[in-house]
Design a protein around this ligand. Structure first.
Ligand SMILES: NC(=O)c1ccc[n+]([C@@H]2O[C@H](COP(=O)([O-])OP(=O)(O)OC[C@H]3O[C@@H](n4cnc5c(N)ncnc54)[C@H](OP(=O)(O)O)[C@@H]3O)[C@@H](O)[C@H]2O)c1
Length: 307
C-alpha cells in the first residue's frame, strides 16, 4: 500500500507503531533491508541510510517539521539506522536530534556526525560536545572529519573520544573531486573505520581509485550525494525506466540510482537525503531485493550516459 499524504498526517497525528506498520508498503513488511558489515568490526548495519544536509536545516518547531518527523519515523520503521549529519548543516543536527528524541529512537539510530571547522582544535572539540548535547547521547557512533578540514587536528580529537569510549568509529569525508588526491593519501596513511565520498551514476570518478583503495584497506565506504544532489532526477525526467530494471527488483529511478551504488563491492552504505516521506519510502525500496550484476552495471552506465 502506498503511503498517501492523508495517511502521513494520520501517522503524524499520533497513530501507534502497530498502525504505522499497516501503513507501510507490503515489500517493507515482507523483506528485510540489505545489511552490510563494517570491515573494522564486523558489525552489520542497514545499507540504506539517511542524509540531512539542507533537508533537516529548518527553523524552530513549525509545520515544516511534520514531514521530517514522518521521514525519520518511517526510516526507523522500515529498518533504516544510519543517520548522517554535521555540525555545519545549519540546524540539521539539532532538529534531527530533537525529532529522534521525541520519537524515542535516538539511541536506536546509528548516529554519524562530523567535525567541520578550519578554526582549530578547541572549535572542533566544542562541535563534538555540541553533537553529544544535540542528540542527548553519551556515545557518537561515527564522528568524521568533514571535507578534510584540519584533518590531523580533528582526527586526534575523534580518536581520543574513541579511546574514552565516547565515539565508536572514526572517519573522514569529501564530496569534491579536487580533494581526491589528498583523500587518497589520507586513506593510505591513516587508520580509519570509515570514508565518505560522493559517487553516483552522474559522478563515477571515486570508483577509479578511492573505492578500491578503501576496500583494500578495510575502510567502510559511505556514499554521499547519491543523486548528485538531485540532478540525476533531472537527467531522467520524462524517461521511462527500462524493462530490464525489473531484473534487479527496481521500481523507480531513485532505486535505479541507489542500487547502482549499492552494487559496488566497496560500498557499505548510501545516504540519500529527503524531506519527503514518499521519497523516503521509495529510497528504502533500494535496500530490498536483488542488485544489478557487473554486466548490468555497465548497461546502467551506458544508458545513463545516453540520457
Ligand atoms: N562532504 C560531506 O561530508 C558530504 C557532502 C555532501 C553530502 N553529504 C551527506 O550526504 C547526504 C546526501 O547528499 P545530498 O543531500 O547533497 O544530495 P542527494 O541525496 O544526492 O540528493 C538529495 C535531493 O534528491 C531529492 N530526492 C531524494 N529522494 C528522492 C526521490 N525518491 N525521488 C525524487 N527526488 C528525491 C531530494 O529532494 P526531496 O527532499 O524533495 O526528496 C533532494 O533534492 C547529505 O544530506 C549529507 O548527509 C556529505
Amino acid at each position: 500500500m502506498k503511503i498517501s499524504r492523508r495517511n502521513m498526517l494520520k501517522i503524524s497525528a499520533g497513530a501507534g507503531a502497530g498502525l504505522l506498520l499497516n501503513e507501510l508498503p507490503a515489500f517493507a513488511q515482507q523483506q528485510p533491508q540489505l545489511m552490510r558489515a563494517i570491515p573494522s568490526s564486523g558489525e552489520m548495519i542497514p545499507a540504506v541510510g539517511l542524509g540531512s544536509a539542507r533537508t533537516f536545516s529548518v527553523g524552530p518547531p513549525n509545520p515544516e517539521w511534520v514531514p521530517l518527523g514522518d521521514v525519520m519515523r518511517l526510516f526507523h520503521e522500515m529498518g533504516g539506522r544510519f543517520f548522517d549529519t554535521s555540525a555545519s548543516y545549519g540546524t540539521s543536527e539539532q532538529v534531527a536530534g530533537q525529532i529522534a528524541r521525541e520519537l524515542g529512537i535516538q539511541n536506536d539510530l546509528f548516529f554519524a556526525t562530523k567535525i567541520s571547522t578550519g578554526g582549530g582544535r578547541e572549535v572542533g572539540i566544542a562541535q563534538q560536545e555540541e553533537s553529544f548535547r544535540d542528540w542527548q547521547r553519551d556515545v557518537i557512533d561515527l564522528n568524521q572529519v568533514h571535507n578534510l578540514r584540519d584533518t590531523d587536528i580533528h582526527l586526534r580529537t575523534i580518536r581520543q573520544a574513541k579511546e574514552e569510549g565516547r565515539t565508536r568509529y572514526v572517519g573522514v569525508t569529501t564530496s569534491f573531486g579536487g580533494q581526491y588526491e589528498r583523500m587518497e593519501q589520507v586513506l593510505r596513511t591513516e587508520e580509519l573505520d570509515f570514508v565518505q565520498v560522493n559517487y553516483s551514476l552522474g559522478e563515477r570518478e571515486a570508483a577509479e581509485t578511492l573505492l578500491p583503495l578503501a576496500q583494500d584497506r578495510g575502510i567502510a565506504v559511505i556514499v554521499n550525494e547519491p543523486f548528485n544532489v538531485g540532478r540525476l532526477f533531472g537527467a531522467a525526467s520524462g524517461r521511462e525506466l527500462p524493462d530490464w530494471a525489473a531484473e534487479f527488483d527496481c521500481q523507480s529511478w531513485a532505486q535505479f540510482f541507489l542500487k547502482y551504488i549499492l552494487s559496488h563491492p566497496a560500498v557499505v552504505a548510501v545516504i540519500p537525503a529527503t524531506g519527503d516521506p514518499e521519497h523516503l519510502v521509495d529510497n528504502m525500496g533500494a535496500g530490498i531485493g536483488r542488485l544489478p550484476d557487473e554486466r548490468t552495471r555497465v548497461r546502467m552506465e551506458e544508458m545513463f550516459d545516453d540520457l
